[in-house]
Each structure stands twice: as C-alpha cells, then as structure tokens.
Design a protein around this ligand. Structure first.
Ligand code: PMP
Length: 366
C-alpha cells in the first residue's frame, strides 16, 4: 500500500463528525494588546515570580503527581469555603477537561445536555464528542434567562445535565438567582453552575449547591490569574463528585501545575487585589464605552464586556489594525449579531482599546 492510501485508510477510521469539525480556534496575540480570552493581564510581582521559580525547581519531576495534587485539592476547598462534611472537590486540567468528564459521566444513548444560548461553546462541543444531544435554549434579547422557555425545554427534554454559566460567557451577565433556583428545582438531572468568572462577580452559587444536592459548582484558576497553569475544579456532594473522580485520568494535573497553583493560593491576597482592580476597570471602561455613539454596552459581572456596534467585522478589523485584539462573537449565535467581546485589561491597555475604538468608528464613519 502506498503512503497516501495508508493514510486515507487510517483517516477513514476517525469518526466522520470529528473529521468534519474545525479545531477550536486560538487567535495569535503576538505583538498585540491582547484582550480576547479573559486572561488576567497582571503577572505576579517580580519577587514572587522568583520565589515561585525556586519552588518549581525543587519539585520531583521523576514522580507521578500524588501528594501535591491532594494538597492542592485541600487548599482549593479551603479557598472556596467548601463545607468539610459531605462535600468533595475534584481537579481538572482546566475546567475544559471537567466539562469533558461530565459529558462522559452522563453519556448514555439518548441523554441530553442543555444550556441557555449563547453560552460557553464547550458545553455543546463536548456533548457532540460523546454522541449526546445538546439542546440550547435561547436567552431573551437582553440576555436574561427565558424562564418559560427553559422550564418548557426541561420538561420535554429531561436533560441529564444542565449547564448554567454563572456569570455567563460571552454575555457577561449574572442571571437572577430566583429564576436559577426555579430551573434547578425543575431539572431532573445534574445542574452545573460554571463559575469561571466568580472572582469578578457579586455572588456565587455555593448557597444553591448547599440547598440542592444535584448542584455542582465548577471553577477555574484561569481567570484568577493562572490561565497558563490549567487548573479547574468541581465541587459538590461527595456522592456525585466521586463519580466524576472515577473518570478523571489519574495524573491529569502535573506536579508543576499543582505546585504553581499552591503557591498562588498562598498569595491569594495578591490575586484578590488584581481582581478588585479589574472590577474597578470594568466599571470605568463600561462608563467610557457608553459615551461612544453607536456602541451599546451590556452589564457584566465578569472580566469582560460585551458590546454591540454597527459593523462588528469592520470594527474588529479596525482594532486589530491598530494593535488591539478582541473577540468577534457575532457569528456564535443570532442573538449576538454585531457583538464583540472585550476582555478587561490593565488601565493602559483599556485606554489603548478606547482610543483605537474611537479612531476606528471615526474612520468607518459609524
Ligand atoms: N467555563 C467558562 C464559562 C469559560 O468561559 C471558560 C474559558 N473561557 C472555561 C469554562 C474554561 O476555562 P479553563 O479550561 O481555562 O479552566
């Protein structure tokens, strides 16, 4: 068999739907003010970065992860004030991995995964990869939950797993707690509150988790300031978390990642200050964007702002040409028509965004 035939025979063994899918797009931010994927723009202060380097230098790389990850799970449980009795926490290589494990946990023929839309795209992608049906229920045009439509969909589809992004990505808003609680009460299966943006929000879902045993709370250290370190965690009733724990690849969190995350938690005050600075910047940027003619800006409890402009593609390109990278989310869902998502950066970066946006709008005559 020649090489081409051998390769196409091998390729034909890969699932058709996987071959038809595009890989998750990652934009290059090289040389640009990078405000596209909700990273924390602040690094650790230099002295702490040095100390971290020394700590990482002492990690035994010849051993599989064991104690370090257990210590990290315990430190995260303390950090999140997880009640010690009856609850457990499991770690993922980012919360993306936990989303895959949750799909795997409910993957039986006919099972449904549901979320409002637009929301985080991985819920649908990971359902597809497990041959599960994903049902997305449109939000209202103001991006609030459509309670009646959600209750209706829950009653007819009986989802094994309902995701509520809390606050929601990409819209940035935090849905009404009473509505969320009514959806939880109606849901027949698991409900995951995805709290990736919890450091920037005015409330969290731990109370809902304690009132409703079916609720799991998922968080990540990515938006906290460790996007490169890849640590996500899932908390909830021990009986449920233990099932996901069985599906977790045994050594999914590297010793270096665990050590860096532990170090960060020992200095959580530094990160808390950074989050407070970003929340203040979010409010400042929100007010400044509201002043721009033609720009509609939506309320946000995350480290991002969703805006609607007259021509999202042209504004995105104009910003990029002026050295600022954001995310054009217009194509993700009809409700997001002409919408762009801006991650909150440092004051100087936000200023660069504002100037570039003003210049772009003038240039485009918008
Ligand atoms: N959940 C939400 C709502 C997100 O927006 C993201 C990342 N943008 C994630 C989960 C995944 O985060 P990570 O894998 O970095 O933990």
């Amino acid at each position: 068999m020649n090489t081409t035939d051998e390769l196409s025979q091998a390729l034909s063994c890969i699932r058709e739907d996987v071959r038809q899918t595009q890989a998750y797009p990652v934009q290059s931010g090289a040389g640009l003010v990078k405000l596209d994927v909700m990273e924390n723009p602040y690094r650790l202060p230099e002295a702490l970065q040095q100390q971290l380097g020394e700590r990482l230098g002492r990690v035994a790389l010849n051993r599989y992860p064991a104690e370090g990850t257990q210590q990290l799970a315990a430190a995260l449980a303390r950090h999140a004030s997880l009640p010690p009795e009856g609850y457990a926490l499991t770690l993922g290589n980012g919360s993306d991995e936990l989303i895959s494990l949750l799909s795997l946990a409910v993957a039986r023929p006919g099972a449904v995964i549901m979320s409002p839309l637009p929301s985080f795209v991985m819920y649908g992608i990971s359902a597809q990869y497990q041959h599960l049906r994903f049902v997305g229920v449109p939000l209202r045009p103001d991006f609030e939950l459509d309670e009646a439509a959600m209750l209706d969909a829950i009653a007819t589809e009986r989802p094994a797993l309902l995701y509520l992004s809390h606050p929601n990505n990409p819209t940035g808003n935090l849905w009404d707690e009473a509505v969320i609680e009514r959806l939880i009460e109606a849901a027949p299966g698991l409900v995951v509150l995805d709290e990736a943006y919890q450091p920037f929000a005015e409330r969290d879902g731990l109370g809902l988790m304690q009132r409703h045993p079916k609720v799991l709370v998922m968080r990540t250290m990515s938006k906290f300031g460790l996007a490169g370190v890849r640590i996500g965690y899932l908390m909830g009733r021990r009986e449920l978390v233990d099932q996901v724990e069985k599906l977790r690849p045994p050594f999914n969190v590297s010793v270096l990642n665990a050590e860096a995350a532990l170090f960060a938690l020992e200095h959580e005050a530094v990160y808390a200050e950074q989050a407070a600075a970003l929340r203040a910047e979010r409010e400042r940027l929100h007010a400044a964007l509201q002043q721009l003619r033609g720009v509609q800006v939506f309320p946000s409890q995350g480290n991002m702002l969703l805006v609607r402009v007259p021509d999202a593609a042209a504004v995105f390109a104009g910003l990029k040409a002026r050295g600022v990278l954001i995310k054009n989310v217009s194509g993700l869902h009809p409700l997001l028509r002409q919408c762009l998502r801006i991650t909150i950066g440092m004051p100087v970066e936000n200023q660069a965004l504002l100037s570039a946006l003003q210049a772009t709008l003038i240039d485009l005559n918008l």
